[in-house]
Design a protein around this ligand. Structure first.
Ligand SMILES: Nc1ncnc2c1ncn2[C@@H]1O[C@H](COP(=O)(O)OP(=O)(O)OP(=O)(O)O)[C@@H](O)[C@H]1O
Ligand SMILES: [Mg+2]
Length: 393
């Protein structure tokens, strides 16, 4: 029996690329299928040579082709797309995320972005993803703390995973240009891929992740001026393929300043949650950052208290950093305390090793705490829009 070529084509087009999460059909990656008797030759074009997850993709392609009656032998060739194909892929991705056309001049010899910026309030990119629009269902949530070292990144990473575990599509932008610890904590195993002027976030534990840290040289202090930061964040949100996430969490740099201002400008619907420790001092600093966000008319939605207690070998809870900071802050701000996260060695270790506790030990007290926080956050629903006139559509 001869193999039916069109059956193979449709089986292949349903195969999902593990990196982008869309099917080969949606991405247009299958370049050719040739069936001769019981032998099939398949050519798949990848955006770049070092495409992550190629092995996994090859397996899925073999499996799909094998499922077609009469196929005995499969020959699979991966080739690298040419510039034209890459431009077409970007176009597909932009349409997929509800954006407009390819910006003019978006060619492939584009050598990195101009981070110098041209001041705040620059015009939105022509291909603005739908999730930045006023009618988008995506909730963009900045995680802020005021004070450094309170576990903001740890909370952001674990909360993102907990939301993904609850079935939400989640993006995570590490905008903490001074820390950028998120990819390591999340345990992503490769750098993001750049296709022309589009960045494909890496993903781990169901969370799509991008960090500004990928785009600055290692071990070199970078002084980010406000306009630079503004431009960079805008690009990270607009030039990346985020799909249509339900949530985008942003790990904000410590302090009050520029990133909140950018969020307020680029995404007036953005919400803020505040992480604090039980200490009165940390709570006061966190309060200042919450007030600053409010002055920008960003909606401050809830408080998460981290390092709330430590459970000793004797089973007793020790409040190493005092108690009540989270509840007091929440009461002062008139918003809910979304939850308390205990101080647990496995949390730190999980962060250091890129094995976040919520993913690797989902039954632990901490993972349960993060799931509860995720549920409460989801239940709050999106924020009211305060300033429609500033939205970009
Ligand atoms: N609940 C916790 N239990 C144990 N260790 C924790 C907990 N939360 C955070 N840590 C650890 O505390 C340290 C600081 O946490 P993290 O990097 O998340 O804080 P941060 O607020 O993002 O800091 P920075 O201001 O440097 O960005 C890390 O080593 C982290 O693993
Ligand atoms: Mg951090």
């Amino acid at each position: 029996m001869a193999v039916d070529q069109s059956q193979i084509e449709s089986a292949l087009s349903a195969v999902r690329d593990p990196e982008i999460g869309l099917t080969l059909g949606e991405l247009g990656l299958v370049r050719s299928v040739r069936a001769r008797r019981r032998r099939v030759h398949i050519e798949v074009a990848l955006p770049v040579a070092a495409w992550p997850g190629t092995e996994e993709l090859a397996e899925a392609i073999h499996e799909a082709a094998n499922s077609v009656a009469g196929v005995d032998e499969i020959e699979l060739d991966f080739v690298v797309m040419n510039d034209e194909e890459r431009a077409e892929l970007r176009q597909r991705l932009r349409v997929g995320m509800g954006g407009g056309a390819e910006p003019s001049g978006g060619d492939d010899d584009h050598a990195g972005h101009d981070h110098a910026g041209h001041g705040h309030g620059s015009a939105p990119a022509a291909h603005m993803p739908a999730f930045l629009g006023a009618d988008s269902k995506t909730r963009v949530i900045g995680v802020s703390s005021g004070k450094g070292g309170v576990g903001k990144s740890t909370v952001t990473v674990n909360l993102a995973i907990a939301l993904a575990q609850a079935g939400y599509r989640v993006g995570l932008l590490d905008a903490d240009v001074y820390g950028f610890s998120v990819p390591k904590m999340l345990g992503t195993d490769h750098d993001p891929i750049i296709i022309g002027d589009m960045v494909i976030p890496t993903s781990a534990h169901g969370v799509k992740c991008l960090s500004m840290g990928y785009f600055v040289p290692d071990d070199q202090p970078v002084i980010w001026r406000g306009p630079m930061l503004h431009k960079a964040i805008q690009q990270f949100l607009t030039d990346a393929y985020w799909g249509e996430p339900d949530f985008v969490l942003i790990d904000m740099p410590p302090g009050t300043g520029d990133v909140a201002l950018t969020l307020a400008e680029v995404m007036p619907r953005a919400e803020i949650i505040v992480v604090t420790t039980p200490q009165a001092a940390a709570q006061r600093v966190a309060q200042r950052s919450a007030f600053a966000a409010r002055r920008l008319k960003l909606s401050v939605r809830g408080v998460i208290e981290n390092m709330s207690w430590f459970t000793g070998d004797d089973g007793k809870r020790y409040e190493l950093f005092g108690s009540g900071g989270g509840a007091t802050l929440a009461a002062d701000l008139g918003i809910p305390l979304l939850g308390q996260v205990p101080l647990v060695n496995a949390v730190r270790q999980g962060g250091d090793e890129g094995r976040p506790i919520t993913a690797v030990d989902p039954d632990s007290e901490t993972a349960v705490a993060f799931r509860t926080i995720a549920e409460k956050l989801a239940a709050l629903g999106p924020a009211r829009v305060y300033r429609r006139e500033l939205s970009l559509r």
